[in-house]
Design a binder for this molecule. Sequence first.
Ligand code: NOJ
Length: 740
Amino acid sequence: MAIATINKQAEQPDIEQRIEDLLGQMTLAEKIGQMNQVESGGEHAIDHLRHSIQAGHVGSVLNQADVDIVNELQRIAVHESRLGIPLLVGRDVIHGFKTVMPIPLGQAASWNPDLVRECASVAAREAAKSGVNWTFAPMIDITRDPRWGRIAESLGEDAYLASELGVAMVRGFQGDDLGCAGSIVACAKHFAGYGAAESGRDYATTNIPENELRNVHLRPFEAAVDAGANTLMTSFSDLDGVPATANDFLLRQVLREEWGFDGFVVSDWDSVRQLAIHGLTEDDAASALAAASAGCDMEMAGGAYLHHLPRLVEEGHIDEALIDKSVANILRVKFRLGSFEHPYTDPSHLPGFGDEQALGMARQAALQSVVLLKNDHAALPLSAERLTSIAVIGPMADAPYEQLGTWIFDGDMQLSVTPLQALQDMLGGKVDVRYVPAMDTTRSRQSDAFDEAAAIAGDSDVAVMFLGEESILSGEAHSRADINLPGDQAELVRRVRAAGKPVIAVIMAGRPLTLSNIVDQVDAILFAWHPGSMGGPAIADLLFGIESPSGKLPVTFPRMVGQIPIYYNQKNTGKPPSPETIIHIDDIDPKASQTSHGLTAFHLDAGYTPLFAFGHGLSYARFEYQNLRTNASEIRPGDTLQVSAELTNTGEVPAEEVAQLYVRDLVGNVTRPVKELKGFKRLRLDPGQTIVVEFSLHTDELAFYDRNMQLVTEPGEFHAWIGGSSETGLRTEFRIVDSD
Ligand code: NOJ
């Protein structure tokens, strides 16, 4: 499956002319004003910003979502500034606006670009109703580190999956026509490398070799640019010694020269002035010079551009032509948005907040994002007919705010339906629902209520435990070094387990957790991420088999934190581990020599496999793959190979499966990953139904950056797999041969 690209919006011919005309009328101060984004000042925005907008010193405001205030700010810009240039109104609309969808990492677990696009489209129209015309999403940083709090906001560890879903988000936000009511400008962030923060500590240094940068981290950004993302945000982080906000290699060479990007780049919050804190520049003036020269078109907060660029231009440190380019990039997006023609928002032109369609989407997204990690002895689904009582235990069972997750500035908690509410609604008087939160927060160390929880579990037919992390434990600057269930939750599980009844864990969290200490204590685990407004009904439907779980992991779950980074598309190494070549620390013979333990790449205490692999996710149905084949054993550069397999639902219920295509390039000019995702399809199958799943694989999709940073497709041997996770066993082979 190719990453679908569209030509960047075919420029309306007059836009470039209009930019030129406008630029010709602008003073240097007005130009630099367009490069300045300011915090709105909340309810005092109008007084706070009136004079600077009138003076043409503001190109964009952020964090204002009161439509009346936004309209007044626009009116001041249009009618009271000399040139009448409307404002961009930016906001972090990350996974919904009033209606909250699952966190992006949860949406990624749906492996469903259509659904992700719809979620973004609902978020866009709700945000647009408030006057917001620019979101700072999607975040398409690749991360292999679940300690990093912002993994919640990411689309996971894989460049292909993040590209497909990032493109879907861009299209959802921007719509088919950016000029239509309900479309808002997307911002692909954080360019680039942020997800590789050392030890998963937010804002920490990143060091990424150029080859890995190009083969992994830059790919989703290139896809987003090709799909028409109009803006990019720089990363806070330092990339190989040059912070991204002043990184001309990224911002000029890659983004403009290689990819032909014609939108604009915004810094992250105050990241221009932070160049001095990084130690790249001496002061704010030098920071403004470094960032603007590198190609950071707009400064978010900080004011260094506004204060220092005029003098830097006048003294000849930076050419005004460079300023003109940045301003043209910004104006281009404003023209594309149609904001000169329609600067105001009429909320009555858009549907209401949290309407049926929005809540329906939120429910569908939550349903498809939940991953069934384990299900011993078919503990799930539960049957309302066979149960008389159910114990609902845990701090996340009835936490309407916490289930929304990180980045929900505008999220309406009143729209949340919790699992407890949904179970009570669903089971009515038929099944006795007994609820004990047992802990005030997920971090609590108070175990006073554990006896009561165990007693109620013992007295019920089944215990369903709602565990995880509250929303504050993930997101920006909320990294964790220990990613076990926080507080005394593992002890609560142990106590409930001891009551002797089946235990189902439903975990809501902003990241993969290390679950080794509870995995054997529970019969089934539904991993629900932070599922958003409609998490409750979706989870209730899954618990009771109204729908079968169909989410698949977009990120690897380690056994222990010390395994990080652990990801599926690793390199083979010269000493790959295998079950035969590893030993566990407890089995070491004290008399054995150092070399008798197997000289391969593993941990003595954790082995080399994850707890749950990328792509993993169980179902109430059973899916079997057979007859994997290709339509040719040899292809030439430029050819498209068809790879197919038969997929059968051998279970008893209809269900959806995400079929995944992986490829390995056996020999390369640089070493290649042991597996790489190259396609996926979400399919619904009735019991007994067989479908042929076919993927088209063009040789361009097998291209990679070699040691000279050239994108090449090399002749040679490849392996291909189709299956239900990255651990799938069905494999075939093919070769690319030279054209001559
Ligand atoms: C800082 C975050 O890194 C960025 O992602 C966000 O969009 C801005 N703040 C604006 O809130």
